[in-house]
Design a protein around this ligand. Structure first.
Ligand code: SAH
Ligand code: SF4
Ligand code: F3S
Length: 436
């Protein structure tokens, strides 16, 4: 039996691309292997967002080299963003690699596998399929309840620190008809929740012949019977329109939860990042969101130690976090990435300064998260029952704000919606009791 194993690094989009590669291979009779040691083919689906992600990939590749020495028939494929970045250069660093394929070449995976089987020389595809966004690609999803659906590929924003536009190409939106069809198919398989994926979902629809925008797409997905919850990532603050705020307010299945990356609280740094909004414009949008959708869960991304970031700039980021009070944040130390404009800026900061600032934002956020979480105690939340919790005998699920809740209630079927009263809050999860 032909078998494969995929190791995934990076964002949800990459996670979903791995599900698609698995879907393509399973359709052709390949079986998933739970560990690389048992697989005939291993795919590393890579990420290049920060230097650390790249290092993780090279250490995993080194491990596969040892495996291949023991089993020369092992096929090693490198997919994802580092594959796109390095192309055939990967072969000079790692001549034992058999296949290199970029994120927009996934649809051709099986053709590459066949070509390599007929003639075992390295196969490289990083040109990108111009019709990729019109392809319907099968996916072998790991979860039976919650599904990712890519609605668009690429990014046009060119934030000065970011490699994504260089590696995922320009923005291309999938036609709404294909998306509705995909989500209908998911409901037939019992899926209850979809998360719509794109680097900047708010600009969905640019260049589509049929003409549609993101709020309208949300409406179409909301209307599909069987789907209970709709989420989406990522929203660029500049493109967060009133229409989108109204859609989140009015569409019953669209969850009251938004990831809205701010990156910095300093206008000087935001300009140098090419984010194209000011911190007061950002705060204004948050204010609108909070008044239109009371209790909305907000999360964000922050970069500390961007080139030229002064102590004052950094304090503005701290001030913004204190003012907005996010439910949670993802914070990163600025990392130099190939080809990006920020490389040429002056004022690159030493590692110890970045490290200290990272510690400070994380510590501030820990307090804010705990404070916000404790406010939920005593409230009743709608929970989608997802399965058994790791801690003895309880069920686990998520609120519309995407918070994990553990509760007793063994007769609640997986996939059902339950009203749960929150009884206690921790930093990462809650305990509750079902309301009867
Ligand atoms: N398209 C999304 C996600 C981009 S990557 C968005 O615009 O938000 C996810 C996060 O990684 C970014 O929001 C940013 O905070 C972080 N990131 C990207 N490039 C980085 C770099 N060079 N160094 C540190 N963090 C980075
Ligand atoms: Fe990168 Fe900016 Fe595009 Fe997000 S919006 S993927 S941070 S360039
Ligand atoms: Fe990484 Fe590429 Fe996603 S660089 S974060 S896998 S788009």
């Amino acid at each position: 039996m032909k078998s494969f194993h995929i190791v995934t690094f990076g964002c949800q989009m990459n996670e979903h691309d791995s599900e698609r590669m698995a879907g393509i291979l399973e359709e052709r009779g390949y079986a998933p292997a739970s560990v690389a040691e048992n697989a005939g083919m291993v795919i590393l689906n890579t990420c290049s967002i920060r230097e650390k992600a790249e290092q993780k990939f090279y250490s995993e590749l080194g491990r596969l080299r040892t495996l291949k020495k023991a089993n020369p028939k092992l096929t090693i494929a490198v997919a994802g963003c580092i594959a796109q970045q390095e192309g055939k250069k990967i072969l000079s660093k790692a001549p034992y690699v058999d296949m290199v394929l970029g994120p927009s070449d996934i649809a051709g995976l099986f053709t590459m596998v066949e070509a390599h089987r007929r003639r075992p020389v390295p196969v490289i595809e990083t040109e990108g399929d111009p019709e990729y966004h019109h392809k319907l690609i099968p996916a072998s999803r790991t979860d039976g309840l919650k599904a990712w659906v890519s609605i668009m590929y690429g990014c046009d924003n060119f934030c000065t620190y970011c490699v994504v536009p260089y590696l995922r190409g320009r923005e291309r939106s999938r036609p709404p008809r294909d998306l509705v069809q995909e989500v209908r198919g998911l409901t037939e398989k019992g899926f209850k929740e979809v998360t719509l994926l794109g680097q900047n979902v708010n600009s969905y629809g640019k260049g589509l012949k049929e003409g549609s925008d993101f709020p309208r797409l949300l409406g179409m997905i909301n209307d599909i019977p069987g789907i209970e919850r709709v989420r989406f990532v990522t929203s660029h603050p500049r493109d967060l329109s009133d229409a989108l705020i109204e859609a989140v307010r009015d569409l019953p299945k669209v969850c009251e939860s938004l990831h809205l990356p701010v990156q910095s609280g300093s206008d000087r740094v935001l300009a140098a990042m090419n984010r194209r909004y000011t911190s007061s414009e950002y705060r204004e949008k948050v204010k609108k969101l909070k008044s239109a959708v009371p209790g909305i869960a907000l999360t964000t991304d922050v970069i500390v130690g961007f080139p030229g970031e002064t102590e004052d700039d950094f304090e503005m980021t701290m001030g913004l976090l204190g003012g907005v009070e996010y439910d949670n944040i993802f914070a990163f130390k600025y990392s130099q990435r190939p080809n990006t404009a920020a490389l040429t800026l002056t004022g690159h900061l030493p590692e110890n300064v970045k490290e200290a600032r990272l510690e400070r934002v994380l510590s501030l956020q820990r307090d804010i998260t705990l404070k916000k979480n404790s406010r939920l105690v005593g409230t009743v939340q709608e929970v989608l029952v997802e399965g058994q919790s790791k801690k003895g005998g309880k069920l686990t699920g998520r609120t519309r704000g995407n918070k994990a809740v553990n509760f007793h209630g063994n007769d609640a079927p997986i996939g059902s919606l339950l009203s749960v009263r929150i009884t206690s809050a921790g930093p990462n999860s809650f305990s509750g009791e079902p309301c009867v």
